[in-house]
Ligand binder design. Structure first.
Ligand SMILES: [Zn+2]
Ligand SMILES: [Zn+2]
Length: 334
């Protein structure tokens, strides 16, 4: 595979992986908007991403495949393998004439209780992200982070406040819903999150009970409960009505303390759906690859680090954005 100005390209099969410009055939690792973009004639993704892609890209022609299912395109064998990033997220394995390459999309190593756990796929060439590819990014086990979140929620409840927490509508929100202690109170969701929850529930994926926060629900009803919304809701008129509230942000970027203050939040929880420094290195080592291409994040620094460790490492210019402090995934609906 090579990286062209349209995306990750497999010339033998004439297909692209996560292309950012319109192409005929696109294999999609997952439904985040920087990986699943407009305008392709055909999309192929793992089954649970199909309804999300169809919802976000109205009219898209999407074919679903199972994890591990082998598909042959012009003599090249493709298969999708769990990436552990969000529900349905895949690494795409490409095999041709004995050579194996893997485009990993976004991934993480820690089991999050809701996404399929990452599968290590042996390969010669591994294409990796490096959103958090600096040694300052090291995640604590999620059990510790969730116990902090539960403590924060309980304390707010005692103080008569609403707990207002931001998370990506696709991925982080479902991870929060799955892992917070729902005995503390009710989990209310912003419309953009509830749509995604229902797209998963309709496929038989078990997302714990949530309530869509509609205009019929009074602020008084919210006291003591948890409200989950995308970060774009923070400064919106929708978000400003939620009070009295303690506001928290969940993001890998909360590692840098200034980010929380700049966003006007009371708490920052370091929680990411991307691999941290150790996770990136562990996964890359485990693949057995000798060649690594770094596509987004701290590409230069991370590729240099890999070169020093003996890999043939390359950087590529792509249009993937990685985790953003302010979610650009979904517009805030009224
Ligand atoms: Zn992603
Ligand atoms: Zn990404």
């Amino acid at each position: 595979m090579t990286i062209t100005d349209k995306g990750i390209y497999c010339a033998e099969a004439n297909v692209y992986i996560d292309p950012w410009k319109p192409v005929d055939k696109a294999l999609i690792t997952h439904a985040h908007s920087d990986h699943a973009r407009w305008g392709h004639k055909q999309y192929i993704s793992q089954h649970s991403s199909v309804p999300i892609i169809r919802h976000r890209l109205k009219g898209a022609n999407v074919r679903g495949v199972k994890f591990g299912e082998k598909i042959n395109i012009n003599g090249v064998q493709f298969s999708f393998h769990p990436a552990g990033h969000i529900i349905g997220s895949a690494q795409i394995r490409v095999e041709h004439k004995g050579r194996v390459e893997v485009a990993s999309g976004d991934y993480k190593l820690e089991a999050d209780g809701i996404s399929e756990e990452i599968e290590i796929v042996k390969c010669h060439h591994f294409i990796t992200e490096s959103t958090f590819g600096l040694p300052i990014f090291r995640w604590r086990p999620q059990s510790e982070v969730f116990s902090d979140i539960n403590e924060w929620w309980k304390k707010n409840k005692e103080e008569g406040k609403i707990s207002f927490i931001t998370a990506y509508a696709l991925g982080k929100a479902q991870r929060l819903i799955q892992n917070v202690d729902s005995k503390i109170g009710t989990i209310y969701t912003h419309g953009s999150i509830e749509i995604v929850n229902n797209l998963f529930r309709d496929q038989g994926i078990n997302i714990p009970t949530t309530r869509h926060l509609t205009s019929e629900i009074s602020q008084k009803q919210l006291i003591g409960n948890l409200v989950i919304a995308p970060s774009s809701a923070l400064g919106s008129s929708w978000g400003k009505k939620i009070k009295p509230a303690s506001i928290a942000i969940t993001s890998g970027w909360m590692t840098m303390r200034g980010n929380r203050r700049r966003r006007g939040a009371d708490r920052g929880f370091i929680l990411s759906d991307h691999a941290d420094w150790d996770g990136l290195n562990k996964v890359i080592d485990a693949t057995g690859a000798s060649e690594v291409t770094v596509t987004h994040g701290y590409t230069e620094a991370f590729a240099r680090h890999l070169s020093e460790r003996g890999f043939k490492a390359y950087t590529a210019t792509t249009e993937y954005t990685g985790e953003q402090l302010i979610e650009n995934e979904t517009p805030v609906e009224a």
